[in-house]
Design a protein around this ligand. Structure first.
Ligand code: FCB
Length: 494
């Protein structure tokens, strides 16, 4: 591994070690932070976050898919019901010191029992699309074999309930909750896991297929690679750069195999990957910063985009990893053809830009949110969407995640005033609107998240929902942002 890569890995490990523990003041973990940091949820007291310059003028295309997103482990709970097996997140979150306050997803937002009430909430919001994930260990407790009918039935009820309420389901097959038994057999380091994933996907396609118009394969492979295998603050908690990029390859392979499995069923549903993309900018105008940014972008974006959309891994990343790397050695004949099986759409998740220094480190340029890895820069949404269209052609795009955590408090009057979230969403919606005007075929937008939920290593401390969850009672209280979003949807714009 080159010096540059090693330095980046070490730098990010240091950064995330602090961020993962969540003990540092906002921004303190960021080396060389330039500007004073303000919390992204703050808005000036006299500002009206719902006011939009040129209000009423930003109309979105007809039938634009306004939506919200969740994932199974983060909301369902019911960790031991109806034949569900163990996932790596059960193991990880129950390991002392891994999550804040030792929080687990055992109960989460209890969505497994409250799904019907939650669907009513979505209907009242006016959602047109709902993105959720299927829990692999509910379908195959050990990650292989005959599907568990009770698991399939749960998702069938959910999908039917969405249709009854006029909401289109968008289903992610893998949002990080790998069956523990597969981890015990090597997890994503084991090439066979990609084939197990294709079998699982096939079972889900056959169980729910005709009712699901859009499938997403793997959620954010990069986060599994980086958080799970480079920095170790997500399950399975490894810190092994060489393993990390082999894992990237097997996740990409799993994606391609699932695309082929869907086509083999004869389905006409659409399918694509879900990537978190980070626009990378040089921190200064030196040639060295430009070169470092280019390589950084390779690891953050092109590794995933190029392999699926062009059928090749980026040469600069492969060269940087080296011929002896497990990724390079792990590529078998025909893998790239599988990985680049034609997709119908690309799901983009945008949270933050990255500013890269000449030595391959990063600096902070904009205010962060409670998630100190997140810098608030709506223009990054425009930049990443237009860049994907420019570099890869007019593949239809759905934004499947965008949002921020706020220190939301349930007031004595029973409301939650999250003005900062409204301002954030307004600015990001406006950026997406500009991208559409510039020719990006963006068809839908899912706010992360519908509900407050289990935010992985951060447990329940960070609240990302449009709807507040009072975990003591599991009562749902739509925040001010939910009411605002309802109006955006009914106006089809800002
Ligand atoms: C994304 C994840 C999602 C949630 C948000 C905040 O990376 O896909 O589950 O954790 O970040």
């Amino acid at each position: 591994m080159s010096i540059l890569t090693r330095r980046r890995v070490l730098h990010r490990a240091a950064l995330s070690a602090t961020a993962g523990a969540g003990l540092s003041p906002v921004g303190a973990a960021v080396a060389g932070a330039a500007a004073a940091v303000t919390a992204g949820c703050d808005t000036p007291p006299d500002a009206d976050p719902t006011a939009t310059p040129g209000a009423g003028t930003l109309r979105f295309p007809r039938d634009f898919g306004w939506g919200a997103a969740t994932s199974a482990y983060q909301i369902e709970g019911a960790a031991k019901e109806d034949g569900r097996g163990e996932s790596i997140w059960d193991t990880f979150s129950r390991t002392p010191g891994r999550t804040r306050n030792g929080d687990t997803g055992d109960v989460a937002a209890d969505h497994y029992h409250r799904w019907s009430e939650d669907l009513d909430l979505m209907r009242d919001l006016g959602l047109r699309s709902y993105r959720f994930s299927v829990s692999w260990p509910r379908i195959q407790a050990d990650g292989t074999g005959r599907p568990n009918q009770r698991g399939l039935d749960f998702y069938r009820r959910l999908v039917d309930g969405l249709h009854e309420r006029g909401i289109a389901p968008m289903v992610t097959l893998f949002h990080w909750d790998l069956p523990q038994s597969l981890q015990d057999a090597g997890g994503w380091e084991n090439r066979d896991t990609a084939y197990r994933f294709a079998d699982y996907a096939d079972a889900v396609f056959r169980g729910l297929g005709d009712q699901v118009p859009v499938w997403l394969t793997v959620n954010e492979p990069k986060t599994v690679v980086q958080n799970g295998y480079l920095w170790g603050h997500h399950a399975p908690g490894r810190q092994d750069p060489d393993a990390a990029y082999l894992v990237a390859h097997h996740l990409q392979l799993a994606h391609g195999l699932a695309v082929r499995a869907l086509r083999a069923t004869g389905s006409t549903a659409r399918i694509g990957p879900a990537f978190n993309l980070h626009p990378c900018y040089p921190a200064d105008d030196t040639p060295a910063a430009a070169a470092a940014t280019r390589l950084y972008d390779g690891y953050e974006n092109r590794l995933y985009l190029d392999s699926v959309l062009t059928g090749a891994y980026p040469a600069d990343v492969l060269a940087d990893l080296g011929e002896e790397s497990r990724l390079v050695r792990g590529i078998a004949d025909g893998d790239l053809e599988i990985i680049s099986s034609p997709v119908d759409l690309l799901a983009v998740q945008y949270y933050t830009p990255i500013y890269v220094t000449a030595d391959g480190g990063t600096v902070q340029r904009w205010a962060t949110s409670e998630a100190e890895w997140q810098q608030i820069h709506p223009e990054g949404m425009y930049d990443i969407l237009t860049r994907v269209t420019r570099d890869y052609g007019p593949v239809p795009i759905t934004v499947t995640e965008n949002g921020l955590p706020c220190p939301d408090v349930l007031g004595a009057d029973g409301t939650v005033d999250d003005a900062g979230r409204i301002a954030f969403l307004r600015d990001h919606f406006a950026a997406a609107h500009r991208a559409i005007a510039a020719g990006v075929p963006l068809e839908s937008y899912h706010v992360w998240s519908l509900l407050d939920n289990f935010e992985w290593a951060e447990g329940y401390d960070q609240r990302w929902g449009l709807v507040y969850v009072d975990y003591a009672t599991q009562r749902r209280i739509p925040k001010r942002s939910a009411h605002w979003y309802q109006r955006v949807i009914s106006d089809n714009g800002l």
